[in-house]
Design a protein around this ligand. Structure first.
Ligand SMILES: Cc1ncc(COP(=O)(O)O)c(C=O)c1O
Length: 458
């Protein structure tokens, strides 16, 4: 979008809001809140301070899971934020609640849920908290099974909820080890299995189709943490050869699913979601507080959310984004996600064909892990640390990657020829979640190689 159009739209949003105000009896707002010189100076300071941020908008940022929101999303967010509606109840601003119900229905359709109940959350952590909480209540305190490679939020949430868990090993592809899972299911203690679609470290996909076979044998609840990988269901829905379709095809048999629009949904932070297959779980949210009342019989989202106040602006931004970038057509999210997958595959092939870097696991999504070749793990640790810093400080062409610590035992299984003389192995991790990565990854790789040979190996 041109700068002109962006500015025009922001002004239009403000004008719309000012016009809306004229629909009500006039009043004099206090001068106190009018933007004045002092505030303009404060803003200038803020603008400068915000420059102290990693350039996550740039293709050279291949560090953490951070993706810039689409313009349509930030403009809609700004517009809706002016109204400051609260999706706790229809009384807090009906329209954004309707928008939230629409986007949840779109996400449910993408997953394949016919019946469902769900809502937006502030992020993946809150969404998983709700998923685990409902699992605990539905299974009368049975244990949940969680892979050692799952996001740390689950084991931490287990303390919050006093919900005990069994840790399941990860296999050599970074996925939940199905043999270990079945062994532990046999004890009868586990009543919920948490699977991940898109692990934070590797972007690995737990084998949902196999876990579902175990579900019919052992009858547990299945909660899928697809905070990162959920939107890749669009590739599977369109039969893309770039995704392991069979893993995604039956996810609608899961009891609850978390998907973060603030990861791959082009949204600014503060936008996660939880969807449940059975609308009846709504009963667990029931409350009766003397200061809450609902002015209609229609479902108020506050009746089925743990967070009370929630920004209507998040729903508005996601709604406008989904309407602009369809979840179904091949020209919307599909195209973007396809490019991120292609970028990861290209990067993997550059790494595996280089004599200086070794990729760890073939990427299933758009996250690639690798390390500089060396004979011992302590040397790998040294080289990875040095490369990480040199890349970031590379004048005129900085590259931002992230680091990932692997247990030496796991590393040894994959690379027995490398001597393990440290308890952990520091590898590098790149998240190629912007479609532009596909077009820039060759240049980025070339410069990584240069920096390694000229600055790290010296
Ligand atoms: C798989 C997975 N689950 C949960 C989370 C936590 O989500 P959030 O940071 O939105 O709270 C993350 C964050 O990276 C994640 O990758």
């Amino acid at each position: 979008m041109s700068k002109q159009t962006y500015t025009d739209l922001l002004l239009k949003a403000k004008k719309f809001y000012d016009d809306y105000k004229t629909l009500f009896p006039p009043f004099e707002p206090l001068k106190l809140f009018e933007l004045n010189k002092k505030q303009t100076k404060v803003l200038d300071k803020l603008f400068k301070r915000l420059k102290n941020t990693y350039p996550t908008f740039h293709p050279n940022y291949i560090g953490q899971m951070i993706k810039p929101p689409a313009d349509i999303s930030s403009i809609s967010y700004f517009f809706a934020m002016l109204y400051n509606s609260n999706n706790h109840a229809l009384d807090g601003g009906p329209e954004t609640s309707f928008l939230e119900k629409e986007v949840i229905a779109e996400l449910a359709k993408m997953i394949g849920y016919k019946k469902f109940i769900g809502h937006l959350t502030s992020g993946g952590t809150m969404a998983n908290l709700e998923g685990l909480w409902i699992s605990k209540l539905s299974t009368r305190n049975g244990y949940f099974a969680i892979c050692e490679n799952a996001h740390y939020t689950h084991t931490r949430l287990s303390k919050v909820l006093d919900f005990k868990y069994e840790l399941i090993k990860m296999n050599e592809r970074g996925k939940i080890d199905l043999n270990d899972l079945e062994k532990k299911l046999k004890s009868g203690k586990i009543r919920t299995v948490v699977a991940t679609l898109g692990t934070t470290g590797f972007g690995a996909l737990d084998e949902i189709h196999e876990i579902l076979k175990l579900k019919s044998k052992y009858n547990f609840r299945l909660h899928i943490d697809a905070a990162y990988g959920g939107f890749f269901k669009i590739l599977a829905n369109n039969n893309s050869s770039l995704i392991e379709k069979k893993i995604f095809d039956k996810i609608h048999f899961a009891d609850s699913i978390v998907i973060d629009p603030h990861k791959h949904g082009l949204q600014p932070y503060g936008c996660g979601s939880i969807l449940f297959k059975d609308p009846l779980i709504g009963k667990f949210y029931k409350h009766d507080s003397p200061y809450t009342y609902f002015t209609s019989k229609e479902l108020h989202l506050g009746e089925v959310t743990l967070e009370c106040s929630r920004p209507g602006a998040s729903a508005a931004a996601l709604w406008a984004t989904i309407k602009s970038f369809s979840l179904t057509s091949k020209n919307g999210f599909y195209k973007i996600l396809e490019l991120t997958r292609k970028a990861a595959i290209k990067f993997y092939s550059l790494l595996i064909n280089s004599e200086i870097f070794t990729p760890v696991i073939y990427p299933e999504l758009d996250i690639v892990n690798y390390f500089p070749a060396a004979k011992t793990t302590s040397k790998i640790n040294f080289l990875s640390e040095k490369l990480f810093n040199e890349l970031m400080n590379n004048k005129n062409y900085p590259i931002y990657v992230s680091k990932y610590r692997l247990k030496a035992q796991f590393f040894k299984k994959l690379f027995p020829e490398i001597q393990t003389d440290s308890s952990e192995v520091i590898i590098l991790r790149s998240v190629l979640m912007k479609p532009e990565h596909y077009f820039y990854i060759d240049d980025i790789f070339k410069e990584m190689r240069n920096v390694f040979l000229k600055k790290v190996l010296q």
